[in-house]
Design a protein around this ligand. Structure first.
Ligand code: NAD
Length: 262
């Protein structure tokens, strides 16, 4: 789990899961470049360099990635974490939303990876970790566009892993369940009853609670660290058991009064 002497780049590292990754890499001995639209929440640490960049804009990524490589002497690890939300069915998200979310969540991963690869290829411990989601492999209501974007991140992880294995660049993804981050806080704030909605989200996960950002970050550092040098093309769920477990349904009052004996 140590990353001593390595340099990690984390997109979307200014908040939530990305910020937890920044702290976890720093604790594991790495220096960290943070590429985000918003950098105000970064820790005061000489080993953490924030550079404003938009994963939808190749020119800003090229400048930012070069700035991190110049400051820290190279890049060994890339975490493609920046992402945006979309709520709705296929009838509810318009073409503009589809273009925007796919551009950030999917093309953003490809774009940032392409810009970082010339640096990663020079590392003897090169790794890319993409942040996918439970939504990539499980049908969730009103997440059509978001699920499509994360399904694509999962597929892209496998394809990139195949393309890059002979270059010595490992590519894996982490698939979180619902994580307690500012993103989810924003979703809850828009719900009719935020407390009931949070309870509902927690109860979807067999552990009965939301995942923490630190738990996702630990999985990211694990997959990025040289300790997992033989792991590539994998997806690690960090979802409180949501994708893998089938538990008995909770007892519910019968819908038909005749069935309940009432
Ligand atoms: P968050 O909103 O707290 O943080 C996202 C960060 O990405 C922000 O700092 C934001 O400024 C940055 N960002 C957004 N668009 C960007 C762009 N175009 N260029 C650069 N930076 C940009 O969200 P989070 O909950 O930490 O989510 C992080 C990732 O984890 C996302 O990819 C999300 O899809 C994924 N994820 C989150 C959850 C969850 O429940 N929170 C679950 C599964 C997967």
């Amino acid at each position: 789990m140590r990353c001593d002497g390595l340099v990690a780049v984390v997109t979307g590292g200014g908040s939530g899961i990305g910020l937890a990754c920044v702290r976890a890499f720093a604790a594991a001995g790495a220096r960290v470049g943070v590429l985000d639209l918003e950098l105000s929440g970064l820790p005061e640490d000489p080993g953490v360099l924030g550079v404003r960049a938009d994963v939808a804009d190749r020119a800003s990524l090229s400048t930012a990635v070069a700035a991190v490589a110049e400051a820290f002497g190279g890049i060994d690890i890339l975490v493609n974490n920046a992402g945006i939300s979309a709520v709705g069915t296929v009838e509810e998200n318009d073409d503009e939303q589809w273009s925007r979310v796919l551009d950030v969540n999917v093309s953003g991963v490809a774009r940032t990876s392409a810009v970082a690869l010339p640096y990663l290829r020079r590392s003897s411990s090169a790794a890319i970790v993409n942040i996918s989601s439970i939504a990539a492999t499980t049908g969730l209501p009103k997440r059509a566009l978001y699920s499509a974007s994360k399904g694509a991140v999962h597929a892209l992880t496998l394809a990139m892993a195949a393309d890059l294995v002979t270059d010595g660049v490992r590519v894996n993804c982490v698939a979180p369940g619902t994580v307690d981050t500012p993103w989810v806080a924003r979703l809850l704030a828009g719900a009719a009853d935020p407390t009931a909605e949070k309870r509902h989200l927690a109860s979807r996960q067999p552990t009965g609670r939301l995942v923490t950002a630190d738990e996702v970050a630990a999985a990211v550092v694990y997959l990025a660290s040289p300790a997992t040098g033989s792991v590539t093309g994998s997806s690690l769920p960090v979802d409180g058991g949501m994708s893998g477990l089938r538990l008995p349904a909770p007892a519910r009052p019968a819908a038909d009064p005749a069935e309940s004996g009432a």
